[in-house]
Design a protein around this ligand. Structure first.
Ligand code: ASP
Ligand code: MG
Length: 435
């Protein structure tokens, strides 16, 4: 079995879907294709969820935008609406409408997951129907029938044993089998939808690769492979030809956005090679992530994480920050599922930097305010430099206003005032902007 993962940009419009159908059509072996939501649909869904939750008036309007986006895409792909596909899309739309016709009664995260899944359900429904139409017979799988997870909504943990049994019984490696399924979502023990965290489709593909003992997995991107720097920020970038698993884990940990952090471990456990390749130039080599040592000479890697929030706390009573405080703060960080990027403490204050994450930060800060004076600074950038040299450090620090700097043997990180403020809604579609 081979596993392909296509992200939102690769299915963003009819032309893009036609392009990936060619890539899929080249494969003559059992293939499982994991697809994300179309373009920036997940962001749009977050907007809808937020609008509904906060009682805003524009829910209907946003929902209409989402429907039109998928209907236009369908019409562009098929020239006229295939009746059976239209029925499926309408039924997904009406399920969403039903959910949005009443106030949320369960926890926000639960309600979020019930709605956020529609992005992937819609995209895979369209892609599967299109492939069938052009003669690439495939089976559409609702991944929620095979992937079990716990009820940590918005960041659910896979239950490996039961998932393994179900996945193996559904994805059979019959000759020329072609499966189309959703990334990012799973099902909890009650049968409700849960999601694996934003950008989680890579992880889904890796889970399937692991369970199905895949021969290889390919993540198809709009870049030539994994680059040593984000081309949005750096004019000189080099494609990395080979990255050892361990280094890939480090890079994704520090925020290299090409691969979701949880993706590598399952692949590493079974030695499954992961390729990152370009869907624009599919014949090019791409990057191979596999066993082995780092190729020498070491190439510096620049990773920029935007939307960073620096939170600094001081006890109300001017006392020192002690272990109890740290325990309390880390428990809250865990409770809110906020991604912590670094910490720094002095005798009287504790400073930490987290990703800005939709709705979580405010809750965290409110809880902290009960015990501490809290200062918050938004819109910062965290620049990580792996395998740094004095020259690369100068390159990074010049022209940036550095607030905090931390270094260890291989890695230097700099928290800097953002070069430009990125509106929150736009932050998740970096690749879209690059095109
Ligand atoms: N559509 C989801 C997201 O944008 C999952 C993914 O793309 O990997 O976060
Ligand atoms: Mg996406």
């Amino acid at each position: 079995m081979i596993i392909y993962k296509f992200g939102g940009v690769s299915v963003k419009d009819a032309k893009a879907i036609k392009n990936i159908s060619k890539i899929i059509g080249e494969v003559n072996e059992p293939l499982t294709v994991v697809v994300s939501a179309v373009g920036n649909t997940t962001n749009l869904l977050e907007g809808i969820i937020d609008a509904h939750y906060s009682g805003k008036e524009n829910v209907k309007e946003l929902l209409e935008e989402l429907k039109q986006k998928h209907l236009t895409l369908t019409l562009d792909l098929f020239d006229e609406f295939p009746a059976d596909l239209l029925v499926k899309l309408q039924s997904l739309f009406s399920e969403m409408e039903t959910r949005l016709s009443k106030p949320f009664t369960e926890s926000f995260n639960f309600e979020y997951d019930q709605l956020i899944a529609f992005g992937e359900l819609l995209s895979t429904t369209i892609v599967s129907a299109y492939l069938n139409k052009i003669g690439q017979q495939n089976e559409w799988v609702d991944i929620r029938t095979c992937l079990d997870a716990d009820d940590k909504y918005r960041d659910a943990n896979i239950l490996w044993d039961s998932s393994e049994k179900k996945v193996k019984s559904v994805f059979k490696a019959k000759s020329r089998a072609l499966y189309i399924t959703q990334g990012f979502i799973a099902s909890d023990f009650k049968g409700s939808t849960c999601s694996l965290g934003r950008e989680g489709s890579d992880y889904t593909a890796a889970i399937l690769a692991y369970i199905l003992d895949a021969e290889k997995m390919i993540i198809w991107k709009d870049v030539l492979g994994v680059l040593n720097a984000d081309p949005d920020y750096f004019s000189n970038t080099t494609k990395l030809d080979l990255i050892p698993y361990q280094e890939a884990i480090e890079l994704s940990y520090y925020g290299a956005s090409v691969i979701h952090p949880k993706t590598i471990k399952p692949l590493q456990a079974k030695g499954i090679p992961l390729w990152v390749k370009s869907f624009i130039k599919p014949k090019e080599e791409g990057t191979l992530i596999t066993k082995g040592d780092l190729p020498q000479p070491l190439l510096p890697n620049f990773i920029v994480k935007k939307k960073q929030v620096l939170i600094s706390i001081k006890p109300h009573n001017f006392s020192f920050i002690g272990e109890n405080d740290l325990f309390f703060v880390f428990s809250l960080i865990n409770k809110y599922g906020v991604k912590l990027n670094f910490t720094q403490n002095t005798a009287v204050s504790f400073v930490f930097c987290v990703n800005h994450s939709f709705r979580f930060i405010d809750g965290l800060i409110n809880d902290l305010k009960e015990k501490y004076d809290v200062e918050r600074e938004d819109g910062l950038e965290l620049i990580t430099l792996r395998h740094y040299t004095p020259e690369t450090i100068t390159e990074i620090t010049e022209g940036h206003q550095i607030l905090i700097e931390q270094k260890n043997k291989n890695t230097a990180i700099f928290l800097s005032q953002g070069s430009q403020e990125v509106p929150i809604e736009e932050c998740c579609c970096e690749q879209e902007k690059r095109q």
